[in-house]
Write a protein that binds this ligand. Sequence first.
Ligand SMILES: Cc1cc2nc3c(=O)[nH]c(=O)nc-3n(C[C@H](O)[C@H](O)[C@H](O)COP(=O)(O)OP(=O)(O)OC[C@H]3O[C@@H](n4cnc5c(N)ncnc54)[C@H](O)[C@@H]3O)c2cc1C
Length: 496
Amino acid sequence: MLIKTDQTEIQNYLVDASNYKGNCEEVYFPETKEEVVSVLKSADSSKQKVTICGNRTGLTGGSVPAEGILISTDKLNRIIEINEKEKYAVVQPGVLLREFINLVEEKELFYPPDPTEKDCYIGGTIANNASGSKTFKYGPTRDYVIALEIILPNGEEIYLERGKFFASDNNLRLTSKSGKQLEIILPRYQMPKTKHAAGYFIKENMDAIDLFIGAEGTLGFITEIKLKLLNKPQNILSSVIFFNDENDGLDFIENARNESYKNRNENIFDNIDALALEFFDENSLKFLIEDFPNIPGNTKAAVWFEQEFSKENEELIFNRWIELIEQCNGNVETAWFANNINDREQFGEFRHAVSWKVNEYISRNNILKVGTDIAVPDSSFREFYFFAKDKVRESGINQIAYGHFGNSHLHLNMLPKNDEQYRVAKNIYTELCREGIKLNGTISAEHGIGKLKRDYLLMMFGEETIIQMAKLKKQIDPNLILNYGNIIDPKYYENI
Ligand SMILES: Cc1cc2nc3c(=O)[nH]c(=O)nc-3n(C[C@H](O)[C@H](O)[C@H](O)COP(=O)(O)OP(=O)(O)OC[C@H]3O[C@@H](n4cnc5c(N)ncnc54)[C@H](O)[C@@H]3O)c2cc1C
């Protein structure tokens, strides 16, 4: 197995897309499950800290080690099977999502979860329960995980299949491949009803597999994944609409969201049922205009939407969208409509570019961005949106706001110019989290907690629940070696 120790060679592995930086002594590149087992067993017996990394596109420092060793999944990158008949795939964690999606689509199949950043690994998306634009219709990564092969921190292997192992009265019993029993007492708390990726997934009588999805690598190393696939949609209508008033853009989202839910519930197929509903504010568009000069002048907001259609319902669906655009004062003349797959990919790139450019800006200027990942219930979203934007505007800090507004999920990015602005931005961020929690939302809808958002998880769930989470982790990882520092502030392990 390749092991890198030269500090200049491993620097790239000590930072993620949030620009959060760390340290470690060695980076391991296992090529087989057996190698992962052996590294974990040895680390566990010497109580050495181990961090796992995927392609390091995470935004919360989750894959960045503070000490010890790092295990990269770069070389665990085999697509083991794509079963076209039964519509599933079996992959190793280091498979690049972009390549997987392309391959699946060549076979006329469809894997919906696509975080805006497709250059991530599938293992990273499972560990973070990643979401993307299509989550509005198709849900998060969790919904597509059929089975996981996991190496526990002590090197024991478990295989969890959805629908096979359930908790009972908050107790979960698992048996490892070698026959060792693991009894886990689960925490008791309520998760918000919004899109949510903050802390462990806990539910009464839950399926064991759900505990490990979104656990940010704190409970085990995922070495193999079985994923559900769908039939590839026949055609997709993709469009970007520009508005001269921000409220019109928000009205458009709200109407399209309500109609989509209604038509979906009532199985109406020849009307609006969006796949994606993504919003960009005026400042986001200013960030993008250099690369996309055909953004019309005087635009205050834009919405990118997509919807599947067939030859039979194409006209009805298209006409209904045009009606809605006009009803919300969107400009049909300046709107972009995709005529082919290249156009559609361009619109996807338009969405990706806005988050990418923000990350590139912070990296170039060597600052830490302060960006929200808050989702609130649909009924409170507009109130929350203006509350957040007004707070930042009053501070004079540059901001750009965009996100998965179909899911009432806001990425508001503050771009502080100096330390003083950074301090102010952090205070505003705290206030926004408090407001999101007050509205029964979540402080993280998709990026997770990692090492950067632990204080806000505490704000959301309270100390007693964080201690319960720490106890959960300690039952599975008594020596606290794996992804130490993710989700839970280490101080909570002290007296348990
Ligand atoms: C421009 C941009 C846009 C983004 N947009 C979105 C978005 O829309 N939605 C979204 O959800 N995310 C988004 N992200 C965040 C990121 O892409 C996702 O979180 C992605 O899932 C991370 O995958 P990765 O391979 O880069 O994982 P990494 O960043 O390397 O790791 C993420 C976490 O997973 C753990 N991990 C990785 N592999 C394993 C494994 N095999 N077993 C156990 N734990 C493991 C790591 O320890 C770490 O805690 C965006 C990022 C960028 C840069």
